[in-house]
Design a protein around this ligand. Structure first.
Ligand SMILES: [Zn+2]
Length: 368
């Protein structure tokens, strides 16, 4: 550990000092440390963000002659290993504006919980802020997702929809109000997002997607696509997948299927795509493959709108965005990479419904 660091217990961690014992509480875990010679206690009392490692060593040695420099370094390294401390030298100024550092301070300390002492927690926020997202659909899921994306600090968003706000949307489409009924969703959503964050850089595009080319135009050079558009039912998935694989843009796709929520994440060239899944089904499961073919030749547009309940919509939106967050920051592994995750309404426990690899005969992936 470098002498110039200024170790400080992270703001996300509670510390308790007892006689000859120290205890930390981090993320629901209790860490008990025997402190017979009170070395840890002595260190903790001096870790105020001002003392450097060098200062700490000399001050602790002056107070406690039974210890050694090596022992002090071991304690500091152990504390870093279990992610208890951060470096007070690392400040927001080189990474973020003061406004951003305050508005997103809770995010930043959340990211800090995943950091070791040499990591910069502000970089994670910056990475989010610089992510270029295309969001397809501003219905139930889309209104939750765009609000959460802006709340996370994502600035560069292209948001696409073609519908108008209807009274029956207001059970779950949280951006809209009674006074928006009859307005285009992109117009109403823009007004609402402007109230929430006046510096937003969301481009709202009114467009009905009707081909792979349409999707390509909206996603080219973006970092990631989140698709929660549900019309036309079967084709949107096909166009989304074709466009994203051909343009090499990862996507997260999700929807509500009455009593289950489903979502998956595809990274072209890394995970299988949904054509790979179709090929895998064709190899192994005749009946399901027949159903897929039937779906693709059926016009679902005249069916009554699918049921949807807001609590379930927000759970799915939260799950999809948690995977988005993991993917963009690298703080943890997304649960839906190359998998279809299903959340049944009765348990609310995400579980894996399908998993598939890249298929050698996939017309999209094998050409790459
Ligand atoms: Zn594929």
């Amino acid at each position: 550990m470098k002498n110039s660091l200024r170790p400080l217990v992270k703001p996300s961690i509670d510390q308790y000092i007892f006689e000859k014992m120290v205890c930390f509480r981090a993320g629901g875990k209790i860490i008990e440390v025997d402190d017979e010679n009170e070395l840890v206690t002595s260190l903790l009392k001096k870790m105020n963000g001002k003392n450097t490692v060098e200062d700490l060593v000399s001050k602790v040695l002056a107070e406690n002659s039974s210890t050694s420099q090596e022992e002090i370094f071991n304690v500091l390294n152990d504390m870093d290993e279990i992610k208890l401390i951060e470096d007070a030298n690392i400040t927001y100024q080189e990474t973020l504006t003061e406004y951003d550092a305050v508005r997103w301070s809770r995010n930043i300390n959340f990211f800090g919980a995943f950091c070791k002492i040499n990591d910069n927690k502000y970089d994670y926020q910056k990475r989010l802020q610089e992510t270029k997202v295309t969001l397809l659909g501003l219905g139930g899921l889309g209104t939750h997702i765009i609000y959460d994306l802006v709340a996370l600090g994502v600035k560069d968003i292209v948001a696409v929809d073609f519908d108008k706000v209807e009274l029956s949307n207001l059970n779950r489409q949280i951006l809209y109000s009674e006074s928006d009924i009859g307005k285009n969703k992109v117009v109403a959503a823009k007004e609402r997002i402007e109230q929430f964050y006046k510096e937003h850089k969301v481009r709202f595009i009114e467009k009905k997607i009707s081909s792979t080319e349409d999707v390509k135009e909206l996603i080219r050079d973006r970092d990631i696509v989140i698709c929660v558009a549900d019309k036309p039912t079967m084709f949107i998935q096909k166009w989304l997948n074709e466009a994203c694989v051909q343009e090499n843009v990862p996507y997260i796709h999700g929807g509500i299927d009455v009593q289950r929520a489903i979502f998956c994440t595809v990274i072209p060239g890394v995970t299988g795509c949904t054509e790979c899944w179709t090929k895998t089904v064709q190899d192994n499961d005749d009946f399901t493959y027949k159903l897929i073919e039937k779906d693709l030749s059926t016009d679902f547009s005249s069916l009554t709108p699918a049921p949807a309940i807001v609590t379930f919509v927000s759970v799915l939106a939260g799950n999809m965005l948690t995977d988005f967050l993991k993917l963009r920051t690298g703080i943890a592994t997304p649960i839906s990479l190359g998998k279809l995750i299903e959340i049944p309404f009765d348990t609310m426990q995400p579980n894996m419904a399908e998993e598939w690899e890249k298929h050698e005969d996939c017309p999209l992936c094998s050409a790459k």
